[in-house]
Design a protein around this ligand. Structure first.
Ligand SMILES: [Zn+2]
Length: 447
């Protein structure tokens, strides 16, 4: 069965163009001029002026199942993904119990995905102080790489690495050729920072200074240089990190970095007192910092933009709306935004003069390439027909209760955003979030 997707705004690898995209057996087989598909070739899905994008690839999602499914589960997370135009996620190894740090933990996670995936899903492994001996087997079993923390992760079962443990973990990952992804905040800087609990965002921001990121990244770059590991800095929040990355790259260190919609679209100056939906680590920083992140993004210094969707239950967020005290120090640090990344980024990107092709490069092509998903991230012959009908001029106001992720919490509540996802297709079939899930579990290098 063949389907032709026709739009006057297809985002192709070389930019936006009017085109017919011919799909057969779940793959894109041909890209033709608009209207050029032969009569009777197959069903025509004519999107008119609604844009056709490759599905987004979000390589940083915390699903939390099994073990903390009340925070987020595979069915709810992947429904939110599909509704937001994300057709592939890669799940983080922590906050689920067990964490994905042994082959048994990986098997438990895989089992938990059974019959629940509305989009394709890969799994990261984790590197802990005591599991260096498990990394080879996890790598062999198909995890996408290994996450570690340099400061406390927020959950007891996923301890952070000290300098010596980091060195050992990176040496092993270099030997395996694995991708080392790191939450880079320095615990000594965090310990020395002023700790003032309460509802004022400025107090929370002061407790996680820029230095915590720059000091951690400096140490990490030195360790990467010594071990030859390929490292990736997760969720860069402080623009002060950027010159360090440039200098390291100039010296040949294999280092990449990502940033997130909340660092690019929100700012410390706008966080209301007590609104702990905005708490994440590292934190949302100043408006001027945000401008510098946009400049780096435009200059190609990030592989892309990922959600770092990391929800919890509303009580752990201490949200006043749910009867909590609004204490930023005590609240769970994590932003829930998987479904909103595309419109949030598009709203701000357009305002700053960027195109839909830029957004696709940051949220689909770049992230797919980063994790080696060679059949994802582009509308081109041979690629999976993971597609999104996106109305760039549509507008909506965010109602947390209307989102598909498990708990109705998001810092975007009440915001007006531009860009509406009309339909998401996975391998050529529309995703029905009320119907049968059709997502697949992906291993590293498989797609
Ligand atoms: Zn994360």
């Amino acid at each position: 069965m063949t389907t032709v997707f026709r739009s006057r705004h297809v985002v192709l690898p070389d930019g936006e163009n009017a085109a017919d995209v011919v799909v057969s057996e779940g793959r894109i087989v041909e890209v033709l001029a608009h209207g050029a598909a032969a009569e009777g070739l197959g069903e025509i899905v004519d999107l008119g002026d609604v844009a056709l994008l490759p599905g987004l690839v979000d390589t940083h999602v915390h699903v939390n199942e099994p073990g903390r499914t009340e925070w987020e589960g595979f069915a709810t997370a992947t429904r939110a993904a599909a509704a937001g135009g994300v057709t592939t996620i890669v799940d983080m190894p922590l906050n689920s119990i067990p964490p994905t740090t042994t082959v048994a933990g990986l098997e438990a996670k895989r089992k938990a995905t059974d019959g629940q995936l509305y989009v394709d899903t890969g799994l990261w492994g984790g590197a802990l102080p005591d599991n260096t001996g498990d990394l080879a087997a996890l790598h062999e079993a198909g995890v996408f790489g290994f996450k570690s923390f340099l400061a406390p992760s927020g959950v007891d079962e996923f301890p952070h690495l000290n300098a010596g443990q980091l060195e050992a973990a990176l040496a092993e990952q270099a030997r395996l050729g694995a991708l080392a992804i790191i939450h880079a905040e320095d615990p000594r800087i965090l310990d020395a920072a002023p700790q003032t609990p309460g509802p004022q965002y400025a107090d929370f921001l002061a407790s996680r200074p820029d230095d915590a990121e720059t000091v951690a990244v400096s140490g990490l770059l030195a360790a990467a240089k010594r071990t030859g590991a390929r490292i990736h800095i997760l969720h860069v929040s402080s623009a002060a990190v950027l010159p360090l990355l440039r200098a390291a790259r100039a010296e040949g260190v294999q280092v990449t970095a990502e940033t997130c919609p909340h660092y690019l679209t929100l700012a410390a100056e706008q966080v209301p007192a007590g609104d702990t939906a905005f708490k994440c680590c590292p934190p949302i920083r100043s408006e001027s910092n945000r401008d510098q992140l946009w400049e780096a993004l435009a200059a190609g210094e990030f592989v892309g933009i990922v959600s770092d969707h990391s929800p919890s239950t509303p009580d752990l967020k201490h949200l006043p709306r749910f009867g909590g005290d609004g204490d930023f120090a005590a609240a769970w640090g994590g932003i829930a935004s998987l479904q909103l990344g595309l419109p949030a980024i598009w709203t701000e990107a357009r305002r700053r003069g960027h195109s839909l092709a830029d957004v696709v490069r940051w949220m689909s092509a770049g992230t797919a390439a980063f994790v080696g998903l060679t059949t994802k991230g582009a509308i081109a012959p041979g690629m999976d027909a993971d597609l999104v009908a996106f109305d760039p001029d549509g507008e909506f106001t965010v109602d947390p209760a209307g989102l598909h992720h498990r708990n109705p919490v998001t810092p975007y509540a009440g915001r007006s955003l531009s860009g509406v996802v009309r339909t998401t297709w996975l391998r050529g079939e529309p995703v029905d979030v009320a119907g049968t899930p059709t997502g697949r579990l992906l291993n590293r290098g498989e797609a």
